[in-house]
Design a protein around this ligand. Structure first.
Ligand code: ZN
Length: 190
């Protein structure tokens, strides 16, 4: 199964030039934030594939009540692939502190207790120390790292750290998980 993951930066490959690119074999799309809703909608229309998303720190759009694509704090199954979506905002748009994130993830972990296998975890913010930045604005959450290490998904997909900021690898492997920076676009296979 092929999953297109996107974040942070719009790609003309998915808008203007999508017809020239062979994206027909993508099964579904995961967006991990800091992308305008109109862009997500365009991709959904162009590729005609299901799209699931979480918001980044810059996303201020309102979520429609019946929008099934929105998966923050949810555990969902898409074509047999189990996915957990981690959010980063309060209802008022404020970004969660480390302690608040830990509390929310504790609740989420309780929810997933009866699930044996999780394939992908998506989060706008990275896990502390794995592909994150040095400065306060780009540092990852330790709570997220602990959650991912406990859950051991095949993939942890994140954004927020642009790959063109410095020399950062697209994928980092740690324990049993591949940590993939979805900056602009990438394809993962599961
Ligand atoms: Zn961001």
């Amino acid at each position: 199964m092929k999953v297109l993951v996107i974040a942070d930066e719009e790609s003309k490959f998915l808008t203007e030039y999508y017809a020239e690119n062979d994206l027909g074999n993508i099964d579904f799309i995961l967006s991990v934030g800091d992308l305008p809703y109109s862009y997500l909608d365009t991709i959904r229309t162009n590729l005609k594939k299901p799209l699931f998303y979480i918001r980044g720190n810059h996303d201020t759009y309102k979520i429609g009540l019946f929008d099934k694509g929105f998966i923050e704090w949810k555990i969902v199954e898409i074509s047999g692939v189990r996915i957990i979506g981690i959010g980063c905002q309060h209802r008022n748009g404020q970004i969660l502190s480390e302690a608040e994130m830990r509390k929310k993830l504790k609740r989420l972990y309780r929810k997933k207790k009866h699930i044996t296998r999780v394939d992908i975890i998506i989060s706008h913010y990275p896990a502390a120390g794995i592909g994150d930045g040095q400065d306060a604005a780009h540092q990852g959450y330790q709570a997220i790292r602990d959650f991912v290490e406990k859950t051991q998904p095949m993939y942890f997909v994140y954004g927020h750290n642009h790959l063109n900021y410095g020399r950062k690898p697209r994928t980092i492997e740690s324990n049993k998980t591949k940590y993939v920076n979805a900056y602009e676009k990438a394809i993962i296979e599961i």
